[in-house]
Design a protein around this ligand. Structure first.
Ligand SMILES: Cc1cc2nc3c(=O)[nH]c(=O)nc-3n(C[C@H](O)[C@H](O)[C@H](O)COP(=O)(O)O)c2cc1C
Ligand code: SF4
Length: 551
């Protein structure tokens, strides 16, 4: 297995080829300092076996560089002691740790920073217009990068990654679409690279740790650059030890492509081998994906797959069938309403410092219902030491996930069902299917069952419930289907736009007029995470209130 082979970045020996991709967790404090929850979240991924943990994008000054509210920051010596604890915690598990440094530029939030944002050229970003940076601004930002790099070294980070991707400041300089300058920082390929080259040179002269850069190999935007341009940037940056390829500037799907896009979506567009150590990210969710990417790249980085299962690497070696799979739903992890990092298929993500109750119990328990809720309940009961029998009336476990009709979802969700089947088997849960059990036990029937579709000639849907989204695609083959635009409002932007494109290609019409009388109006999507949490809760409550029967 290539993934377990040690490798080098610069002089740094890394225990294997898997890197945790930088991901904003919003677990840090409002002043940018780290805390227990944040440290535990990162440590857990190190304990799970990755070679390198890269922190989330970390802002470099307390002025206008910040992009998210509870983002990690690195701009003051007062931050160093706690960051030393963070790096120590990760080193303890044998992983290296890099910090990703960012200035969000035009994408910085004036609301969060309290000042207007600035960019290479004045233009609209989200709901605001960023002002054009002066040469003095450029020098100040470069100095902030150097200061942050020195603080990173003092905090015992093994490496620094400059965030030159995803449309943030460095990327804004690199992209012809966002850099319209006519001075020495714009106008030609060389000039657009000058800003970052000067940062690289200045950082290199001050610190000795590994220095790398994250780049978007290509942009999805209509006026965006392609993979040849992205590779040319990487090959021109001679001062860095590695390049970390991601994708996207502004237009969806960006880097975290949902299930409407193929696996290893960034890697597939790589036009040639870069002239330096490379890391590639992008919809790598299986061990096969990892090995495929490692045929060309030196390292592979996993983002969402490690939110779904922090122990991906360890399990890849011992039991790949027990990896809890990221289903690329872009739901909890991209849903800002949660604020802090969450994962739809892993209720523990973002709660790594929470103590799970331990019940060293004996006895037997019956769980009724083989949907997500029942399967999670069965695994929870096993973890308490109980002998578990799970009854399912259908031929197979999987519950409502088996009813999914959208082929993209079907593929991803079937991996989740397989994970449960394998886990139940491995943990010794007796699964009895095709049986309507009526005896005593914990009944884990679905908390929500949605009504069938109305049988009118025209179907009009105003609902955020995914079941109806799927059915809209199917029904469009035989009757007129209309959907409200707000049906998609709570979806991640890339998934919403992909779904809309697919639906429109099948003839579904979208309306933004809410005086329209829809034939199906229903809100409150019950999702996989709620089913899992519910399964865990019913078992825990049952055991707690009947603990004398199992001791
Ligand atoms: C919750 C979340 C937060 C992210 N935050 C960052 C970030 O701070 N810096 C960054 O470069 N990329 C960020 N990304 C992009 C990931 O690093 C990664 O490139 C992307 O998710 C694709 O990899 P994956 O398919 O393995 O998830 C984020 C992605 C997610 C899902
Ligand atoms: S929420 Fe969905 S896409 Fe995000 S990490 Fe979890 S399973 Fe993957």
């Amino acid at each position: 297995m290539k993934l377990m082979e040690p490798g080098y970045i610069g002089n740094l020996k890394v225990r294997n080829r898997v890197v945790m991709a930088p991901m904003i967790s919003n677990l840090a404090n409002p002043d940018g300092t780290t805390n227990e929850a944040h440290m535990r979240y990162l440590e857990e991924r190190a304990a799970g076996g990755v070679g390198i943990v890269i922190t989330e994008y970390t802002y470099i000054d307390n002025l206008n560089s910040r992009g998210s509210r509870n983002q990690l920051g690195l701009y003051d010596t007062k931050m160093v002691p706690k960051l030393r604890r963070l790096t120590e915690g990760i080193h303890r598990h044998g992983a290296a740790v890099f910090v990703q440094l960012v200035h969000a530029g035009g994408k910085a939030s004036p609301e969060i920073n309290g000042v207007e944002s600035m960019a290479p050229s004045s233009m609209r970003y989200f709901n605001h217009v960023a002002r054009e940076m002066t040469v003095e601004d450029i020098t100040n930002v470069q100095e902030s990068f150097v200061k942050a790099a020195k603080l990173a070294q003092a905090s015992n980070f093994d490496g620094i990654e400059l965030h030159g991707a995803h449309g943030y400041l460095i990327h804004q300089f690199l992209s012809p679409a966002t850099n319209k300058r006519t001075d020495k920082y714009g106008g030609s390929f060389e000039n657009r690279l000058r800003f970052v080259k000067e940062i690289i040179e200045a950082v290199k002269s001050e610190v000795s740790v590994v220095l790398g850069i994250r780049l978007s190999l290509f942009e999805y935007d209509e006026d965006g650059y392609g993979p040849e341009y992205g590779l040319a940037i990487a090959n021109s940056l001679t001062g860095v030890d590695y390049v970390h390829f991601s994708a996207g500037r502004n237009a969806p799907p960006g880097s975290s492509a949902p299930f409407y896009y193929e696996h290893i979506h960034v890697f597939r567009k790589l036009p040639g081998r870069p002239n330096k150590t490379s890391i590639i990210v992008g919809s790598v969710t299986t061990v096969d994906d990892v090995e495929e990417v490692l045929k060309v790249a030196d390292f592979v980085s996993l983002g969402r797959a490690l939110l779904a299962d922090p122990y991906f690497v360890r399990k890849a070696v011992t039991a790949p069938e027990l990896i809890r799979p990221c289903i690329r739903c872009n739901q909890a992890c991209r849903d800002l309403s949660y604020g802090e990092v969450r994962c739809t298929v892993n209720p523990d993500t973002g709660f790594e410092n929470r103590k799970t109750p331990k019940f060293p119990l004996s006895g037997e328990i019956v769980i009724v219902g083989g949907g997500i809720k029942g399967m999670e309940a069965a695994l929870t009961a096993r973890s308490y030491g109980l002998k578990v029998t799970l009854y399912e009336k259908e031929e197979s476990v999987g519950g409502q996930l088996l009813e999914v009709v959208d082929p993209w979802k079907k593929t991803e969700f079937s991996r989740l069902i397989s994970f449960y089947q394998n886990s139940l088997r491995r943990r010794g849960v007796e699964v009895i299917t095709n049986t309507k059990y009526r005896g005593q036990g914990i009944y884990c029937l679905p908390d929500e069952v949605y009504p069938d579709l109305p049988q009118s000639d025209q179907l009009s849907i105003d609902s955020n419930i995914y079941k109806y989204h799927d059915l809209a695609l199917k029904e469009a083959e035989r009757r007129e289907v209309i959907m409200s635009l707000r049906s998609l409002a709570f979806m991640d932007r890339s998934r919403a736009e992909s779904f809309k494109r697919i639906a429109e290609s099948k003839g579904v019409k979208f309306v933004g007029n809410y005086n329209f009388k829809f034939s199906l109006v229903l809100r409150d999507q019950y999702d996989i995470m709620r089913a899992m949490t519910s399964g865990r809760r019913v078992v825990t409550e049952f055991v707690e209130s009947n603990v004398q029967d199992f001791s």
